[in-house]
Write a protein that binds this ligand. Sequence first.
Ligand code: SF4
Length: 347
Amino acid sequence: MEEEKLIEKIYSTQTIEKDELEYILKSDDQDFIQSLFHKARQVGDKIYGNKIYIRGLIEFSNICKNDCLYCGIRKSNTSAQRYRLTEEEIMYCVNEGYELGYRTFVLQGGEDMYYTDDMYCHILQQIKSAHPDCAVTLSIGERTRESYQRYHEAGADRFLLRHETADQVHYESLHPENMSFEHRMNCLHDLKDIGYQVGCGFMVGSPNQTIDTLYQDLMFIKEFQPHMVGIGPFIPASGTPFENEKAGTLNDTLKLLSIIRLIHPHVLLPATTALGTIHPRGREMGILAGANVVMPNLSPVGVRKMYSLYDNKICTGEESAQCIRCMDRRMNHIGYEIVKDRGDYKK
Ligand code: SF4
């Protein structure tokens, strides 16, 4: 069957042509799609087994100086209720997470200049001296190379910075004029150069996205060779210029997860909360399409609803202990198990 050959070709060459991407995204042949997921799953299993890595996500501030058009916490969204966690509150979340078994913490926030380099370094040093066996990931947007260097020296191991789109014109349609595609790309290269495990990523179905722009995203991943790739469906956020746009689909996101696993087999690939938001079993489906990471929430329950990058986000009411138990059950149900270690990239 031609379609089986196509999957084998992508698998064996670890690349894809634009017309093949188009064919896959347009296909609604369930046998073909299931074969694609199955192949991606096999490739992931060969490297990471049936182990799913967990990351404890701490959303420490929803204040941001930027105005990305798609983002629910953009500075112009006056309906967003704002908060910041103190250093003590962040450490409380980390310590609680450690007791629950987390060995990776992701500190995620808007580009909130209240947190100076000294503050970040102090937080990182505190985490590392309390828990030297843990990895820390930063997801705090664009800063200078010097700042990135300081955070790395203070203990940050990984950095997530979604590239959002590898097409400059598309990038400019998603961001205000004062944000630069070139700067975003330079940040990613600086991070890699400094020695971080780096994650890039994009939204599936964002406004103005086309097969061409998606193809550029995949080619960027091939060329940049990130350690992680975070993709999730675009979900419109109220109070933003894109509030009435159409959401990205579950199917496209799952297909792209599989393709990314096939063209960049060792990548750490989260089944994101956004995927769980558009379908109750979205994260399980993401794992079965090739993902191998989940990121349960460790933020204090009192602030979780306020970190709304998009509408109707799930897991905003549960305590951290409930979240990890829930995730454990979900993974067991599909034959996988969460592992309590740093979960590093395997070469
Ligand atoms: S996407 Fe990130 S940088 Fe852009 S407005 Fe939202 S939090 Fe700020």
